[in-house]
Write a protein that binds this ligand. Structure first.
Ligand SMILES: Cc1cc2nc3c(=O)[nH]c(=O)nc-3n(C[C@H](O)[C@H](O)[C@H](O)COP(=O)(O)O)c2cc1C
Length: 185
């Protein structure tokens, strides 16, 4: 029998980017599914998205602070580097800004750089059909697809009809990302 200590297997680290959509408060479902599938998870919220979350509950569940603002120069990095990123839920606003290369929130800064770093990224849009009808939206999805971003298949809900939470599949993010991450699965 070897007297070497058992090698620690590194778990893949998933960033869940949470935007300000009505369903964001249920992100614990994705965190649980990811942890059950052997991921470590850290949450990055847009500044608007923060208000849609139960921050203490999310931090308790992940064991990491939620990131939303840039750190100061010299401050330590609060999260390990990402092996993969799930943007869930993704708003109309963040999808269009990300595709256009706008980086005015920490979440967008991380997403815009993820392409250059080659970090596998999946986006689960959650928006209504009036938002989706804007011509910028189809163009943004096409741009993200060209960048290699994996896109969930949520069919936009009717405006002012209470949303489509029952049809939103959080676990789709893991189904899209797992084949792309050697440490996962
Ligand atoms: C209660 C409420 C629910 C919202 N739900 C959505 C939504 O499901 N999808 C969406 O794209 N925007 C939604 N919005 C609008 C976004 O919050 C708004 O566009 C915001 O600027 C998005 O910020 P972010 O992309 O930085 O998270 C909602 C706003 C409110 C007040």
């Amino acid at each position: 029998m070897s007297d070497q200590p058992a090698q620690q297997i590194k778990k893949p680290f998933l960033y869940v980017v949470v935007c300000a959509a009505g369903i964001a408060g249920d992100v614990g479902r994705l965190i649980t599914a990811a942890q059950d599938a052997n991921w470590e998870v850290g949450v990055v919220a847009t500044p608007q998205g923060l208000g849609f979350l139960d921050a203490p509950a999310v931090e308790e569940q992940t064991g990491y602070p939620i990131r939303s603002a840039w750190r100061l120069p010299g401050d330590p990095r609060p999260l390990p580097p990402a092996d993969a990123i799930a943007v869930a839920p993704a708003t109309f606003n963040t999808i269009n800004k990300w595709a256009a290369g706008i980086s005015d929130t920490l979440a967008l800064g991380i997403l815009c750089e993820a392409h250059g770093f080659g970090i596998p990224t999946a986006v689960l849009p959650y928006l209504n059909s009036a938002q989706a009808a804007h011509p910028a939206y189809a163009r943004s999805l096409e741009q993200l697809r060209e960048m290699g971003v994996l896109i969930g298949s949520y069919e936009p809900h009717q405006p002012k009809a209470g949303g489509g939470a029952d049809r939103f599949r959080w676990e789709a993010a893991l189904e899209l990302l797992t084949p792309k991450v050697p440490l996962a699965g």
